[in-house]
Design a protein around this ligand. Structure first.
Ligand SMILES: Cc1cc2nc3c(=O)[nH]c(=O)nc-3n(C[C@H](O)[C@H](O)[C@H](O)COP(=O)(O)O)c2cc1C
Length: 303
């Protein structure tokens, strides 16, 4: 067994590094740079029942140590994913995580049900989407909303279900407990933090959507804090993300309690970031006499 091998929610990963949803497409462009088999897995762009065009531009803005995006859920729809992208992805010798989204509970249910019949390895459920039937607040900002999506997805699939939590909440530990109680196999966090920028000359928001999600190194301490709180609150495994851009960051978020790590915005600055992080973690294990990376999961020594 190599030192980075990981079993997460019953799924075997050759290492714990996974490009984050929305920052890697379906991996095709990156496969020209390196074999995707180097990766622990891939979390693909969020998929909805039908094709969506996403939000109007401008929809991405640089910020100090990060980026603000309002891409929205631009995607070709679940049938296209299953028929055109999944067969190719399954040939890449890496774990395939389908990231799903919905405008209402029924959309989540239908998308999850379609995936249940495929050979996708895991379903990651993005609950930071607005609930159109409840005034547009995200499902993931209340325990009730997060629990309702989990229950609906759980009912239609035997695949491992990983609920992706929103950081725009008062108590992320309570939301994690609510999804665990409804049968989630794992949680992933954090999604982006809601932010806004304004052009002081035109007095217009920089993003057409007015507000957007902040990600990148700027959010890393928030992610570490939330992973630590959630890992201490639930008994299911935690996938950590938010600003991870180096092997040192990956180790740090694992010490906080993550057993799998996703890398998002760092890929925009360096398309090779996930591979660089994997290699750095191999060196870290060799230098520190670590034979099994699970040794460091949650090994922080709090005061
Ligand atoms: C351009 C962009 C698109 C994203 N699209 C999705 C998405 O479709 N589904 C999802 O669950 N998260 C999406 N995210 C959130 C990321 O997967 C990740 O949770 C977040 O960016 C924090 O990690 P990072 O700081 O490493 O980027 C997106 C992020 C960015 C920057």
């Amino acid at each position: 067994m190599n030192s980075l091998e990981t079993v997460f929610a019953g799924v075997h990963f050759k290492n714990p590094i996974v490009p984050a949803s929305g920052t890697f497409g379906y991996g095709r462009e990156f496969s020209e740079l390196y074999p995707l088999s180097k990766l622990g897995g891939i979390s693909v762009k969020g998929t909805t029942l039908h094709k969506r065009n996403g939000n109007l531009p401008p929809r991405i803005a640089e910020t100090p140590m990060g980026c603000l995006n309002s891409v929205g859920l631009q995607n070709p729809g679940i049938d296209h994913f299953i028929n055109e992208e999944l067969p190719w992805l399954k040939k890449q010798d890496t774990v395939v995580i389908a990231n799903i989204a919905g405008a209402d509970i029924d959309e989540y249910r239908q998308v999850a049900q379609k995936l249940d019949d495929t050979d996708v390895d895991m379903i990651e459920v993005n609950i930071s989407c607005p609930n159109v039937k409840a005034g547009g607040a995200a499902f993931g900002v209340t325990c009730e909303g997060a629990a309702a999506v989990t229950k609906a997805v759980r009912a239609v699939t035997k695949k491992p279900v990983m609920m992706k939590l929103s950081p725009n909440v008062t108590s992320i530990a309570d939301i994690a407990k609510a999804v665990e109680a409804e049968g989630a196999d794992a949680v992933s966090l954090i999604n982006t933090l809601l932010g806004m920028r304004i052009d002081i000359r035109t007095r217009k928001p920089i993003l057409h959507n007015n507000v957007g999600g902040l990600s990148g190194p700027a959010v890393f301490p928030v992610a570490v804090r939330m992973v630590w709180q959630v890992a201490n609150a639930v008994n299911i495994p935690v996938c950590g993300m938010g600003g991870v851009s180096s092997a040192e960051d990956a180790v740090e978020i694992m010490l906080a309690g993550a057993s799998l790590v996703q890398v998002g915005a760092a890929i925009f600055a360096d398309p090779l970031a996930p591979v660089r992080i994997i290699e750095g973690m191999e060196s870290y294990c060799a230098d520190n006499g670590i034979t099994d990376i699970s040794e460091i999961v949650g090994a922080v020594k709090p005061y």
